[in-house]
Every structure is written in structure tokens, then in C-alpha cells.
Design a protein around this ligand. Sequence first.
Ligand code: GLN
Length: 488
Amino acid sequence: MKLHEQSLASLKAGLEQGDFSSRQLTQHFLERIRSLDPRLNSFITVTADAALAAADAADAARARGEAGPLCGLPLAHKDIFCTRGVRTSCGSRMLDNFTSPYDATVVARMAAAGAVMLGKTNMDEFAMGSSNETSYYGPVRNPWDQDRVPGGSSGGSAAAVAAGLAPAATGTDTGGSIRQPAALNGITGLKPTYGRVSRLGMVAFASSLDQAGPMARSAADCALLLEAMAGHDPGDSTSVDRPVDDCQTGLDRSLEGLTVGLPEEFFPQNLDPRIAEVTREAVRELEKQGARVVDISLPTMKYSVPAYYVIAPAEASSNLARFDGVRYGYRCEHPENLTDLYERSRSGGFGDEVQRRILVGTWALSHGYYDAYYLRAQRVRRLIRDDFARAFEKVDVIMGPTTPETAFPLGAKSGDPVNMYMADVFTIAVNLAGLPALSMPAGQLDGLPAGVQVIGNYFDEARILNVAHRYQQATDWHRRSPDTGGEA
Ligand code: GLN
């Protein structure tokens, strides 16, 4: 099998056996990026020289017998993670000129485990979007059909992995941004429990929802990556001080006795029946392996999108106040006074969607509207959490479609924000509750990948990965790759 179609696990074995060096592997992916990315636009920055230097260091460490768990494995980071000495743009003109003086904890931990960073992937501006069309650096194209979106906001990471430009990547998920692009690109993506992975050095969008996680071909690869990323970070007060479960040894555990909940809210009347069938077929595979399926209900899930679009913009309006043209980032030319500096720096540095969110959020937090919108949305958030808590008294995991449809054409929703927001109708409730969830490829419609979501109880990442891994042992959706042309 070609190097770029292999799982991380098999690349790791290849490095261990000396079939190839990290330098050779890294060169292979850099060459793929060079030839294919001008079209896909999945990277904002490629760090070729640093990658080759890191690969040499990894090869030397291995020769000394000091190989960490990711030693010599190339990967890409979403451009929301701060990387020392490398531009961290967050997909925005505001940070186009920003070079971070430090590494995000995720980046530092993965480097310490031996990973080789290939570069920084494209994303929706400040992670606001579901199609990657809000990026200052232009849209990413879906490698399965280049006239379609890759999803967002981690669309660059998802497209890069699907097209074999990187064997794995990091993403962040505030309302679905790991799972939705994973589904639309036919890869596996995990959003961990809120607090499982440090947010230090991850540009903040909505701090009570943001969570980083792995995106790769398989659940087994996500398990390997999660172990390297996760864990308590004293530098992030919301990171949870609790040991990281061993996610890898339990991957093969039998599903005998597993209870899967199917919420009726994931199968609304107007859902494309083919999307529903992809989930049902995946569930049947688990039943074959001994799982039991029960119908459940999450009655307040229907309020998740409206509640999210009050809470997330409210937090964003506060977080993005720091971009004022004074401290760092974009500054307008020749400001006349302080107000002019703020106004022109912010309207020139932020794109339309970001400005829309800041306006909505500021309004929802303003005196007189705070109780009616923000506080109300917080109450709804609690009800959604309670719905899940009740469900997890009866079931081990909850399953449903990741997205209501497969990848849509570029431009199809970009003029219609509310329609775009509905792309996350099945993913957002999980963020509001803070739960972990994974999307895995489970079918194709008209040649485009469709994903199924596996949601677990708090800190039950090992269980979710086990379910997805067993599914992937019995199926081959996760092994399919888009046709990227003949070479290499
Ligand atoms: N699409 C959602 C939004 O635009 C979620 C984005 C995300 O998870 N970062 O807010």
C-alpha cells in the first residue's frame, strides 16, 4: 500500500522496522503537499525545512533508542494552535502577520512525543464556519469532489488527511468542527470531553465549548494521538486533573453487552433517508458483534442550535475583544485617533462572519437582553446536559448521523448563515453538554463520504474508540481514499 494511504499505526511499524526513515516519510508527504495542495488549499503554511530537521532529529533519537510514541510520524496542526516561530493566523487577516512566541500545549506535547510538524492547516476564520469558506486564505476543496466544501472549521486538516497530504492532523471542535469535516472527508475525528485536552495556546473562540482533538484515518490512530495530546495542564484552568486512560489496549474489547442508544431526534422526518440508513447499517454491524440497541429521546436537543448561536457568539465577542489593533495582529494605516484605530483595524482585520458573531454576541450580552437571551440559552444548555445524563443511565454510547447531508457544493450556503448553521444540527448538543464524540466514515452517497457519530459519557473516550475500532475491523469505509491523480 502507498505510504500516504497507510494508517499511522502501520507507518509507525514501518519506522520501527527500518523500512523507511522519518526523513523519507516526511519528504514523501512534503512532495504530495507540493504537487496537490495548490489545488486543494488545505495548508496555510508549510514548514518544509523545519519538518525535515525534525525528521532527522527523530531518526537520530530512534537510533539512540529514545523513540517516543509518535517518533518520526509527520502530522499537520490546524492553524488555530500557536507554534513558536511559525505564523499562527487562525484563518484571519487579523493574525496574518502574527508569529507566536510559544507553542500550544497540544503542539508541545506532540513534538515531545516525537511528531514531525509538516505545517499549519487552513480553517474557517477564528473557527467560525462549517464549510471552510470564511478563511482569509480562500476555501479548501474537498478531495472527493473539488467543487464541494470539505466542511469546517477544521476543513484543511480533514482534506489534508483524506487526500494523503498528512497521515493525521489536529482539529478543534466548538460546535462540530472536528466531526463534521471528518464526516465530509471520509476520515475519523474525535472531539474529547471538555477539559480532557489543554486549550493553552489554542486561539479562543468560545472558551466553554472549544476542545482540541485528533483527526486521522482510523479510530486506532486517533487513540494513539489522543494519548499524546491529552492530560492535565496547570496552564489551563479548565483542563481536568485526571489521568489519561489507556485508549489503545482496550481497542479490541468485545462489544458483547454494549448498549447503544438511538435518539429519535437524530432521525427527523425531513432527514435524507439514505443518511438515516447509513447510521442504521452501522448499528446493525455492532448488533452482529453483540451490542443491544434501544430507542431513546433527547427532547431538548432541538434547542441546541439556537442556544449555541447565542452562547458561542457571546463568548466570541468577549474573546475577540483583544484584537484591537494595538497589541498585536492587523493594524489599519494612519489611524486618526483611538476610535478610528479600533474601528478600522477590526473592520479591516475581521471577515463578515466574524463581525456578524461579534455583533450578535455583544447584543446578547448587553443590558436588557442578557436575561432574555444569554441567561436563557444557559438554562437550555443545562437541560440538554440533563437529557444526556438521563440517557447515559440506560446506555453506554449514543449513535446517530454526524451530518444531515454529505459535502455540499462550494458557495451553496455561504450567502445564507442560518442554513449554514444547520450543518451542525447533530453535533452541537454534544459541545453544549461537554461530552466526547467521534465521527467515523460509514458509507457513501453518490461517491461522497457519510459519517456516523458515536457519543460517549464524560471521559469515556476509550469506550468510543473501542466501538469505532471494532466497527472498522469489520468494515472498510475508513480505508477508502479519494482519487488524487496518478503520481507518488
Ligand atoms: N460550525 C460551527 C460554528 O460555526 C462550529 C464551529 C466549530 O466547531 N469551531 O460555530
